[in-house]
Design a protein around this ligand. Structure first.
Ligand code: AMP
Length: 188
């Protein structure tokens, strides 16, 4: 099972992905986590992406596609991946389809966590106060939200046309979101 958890920043993708890893033994592939790890390791890649991330912009397709490709064998061995924060552009979505097809696999399900902008901004304000992540700063978060609306949300029709898209109300309490996600997985 290859699943994409889709939605704007702070929709709860990471939280649900981590829960699914624990409950279903799948592998979580979060490009955001991979990029943050590159930054903390001080690698050349980390240095290259730091300013882009801190500004709330998307890093280039080539970089994130390569990061995902590197991890596909591990995901395959685990019986599937949860893609979290990837793909974010149509080029990434098409590259993912091609990479999976060349391994005889495909995306099985795309779960869209729907949360309205006002709730996202409120959640982010709380996370910024707690964790102080540079790209959660209110003005940067607005840029991240705009990047989602302009570059990532247009992927929804792409997956809808393939009959893979299921909507889940991400405004609900965490446990209810978990139940809805599990139901979508069970039905696919
Ligand atoms: P996230 O934790 O998924 O919100 O990602 C944090 C930041 O990493 C984003 O704001 C982007 O700058 C970068 N990033 C993560 N995933 C991607 C992606 N698939 N494409 C482009 N940039 C990404």
């Amino acid at each position: 099972m290859n699943l994409i958890l889709f939605g704007p920043p702070a929709a709860g993708k990471g939280t649900q992905a981590k829960r699914l890893v624990t409950d279903h033994g799948m592998v979580q592939l979060s490009t955001g986590d991979m990029l943050r790890a590159a930054r903390s390791s001080g690698s050349e890649l980390g240095l290259r992406v730091a300013a882009i991330m801190d500004g709330g912009q998307l890093v280039s397709d080539d970089i994130v596609i390569a990061l995902i490709e590197e991890r596909l064998p591990e995901a395959e061995a685990a019986g599937g991946a949860i893609f979290d924060g990837f793909p974010r552009t149509l080029a990434q979505a098409k590259a993912l389809d091609d990479m999976l097809a060349s391994r005889g696999a495909k995306i099985d399900l795309v779960i869209q966590l729907k949360v309205d902008d006002a709730a996202l901004i409120e959640r982010m304000g709380i996370r910024f106060a707690l964790e102080g992540r540079a790209d959660d700063k209110p003005d940067v978060f607005v840029t991240r939200l705009a990047a989602y609306n302009e570059q990532t949300a247009p992927l929804l029709p792409y997956y809808q046309a393939q009959g893979k898209l299921v909507e889940v109300n991400g405004m609900e309490a965490l446990e209810n979101v978990a139940v809805a996600v599990d139901a979508a997985l069970a039905a696919s």
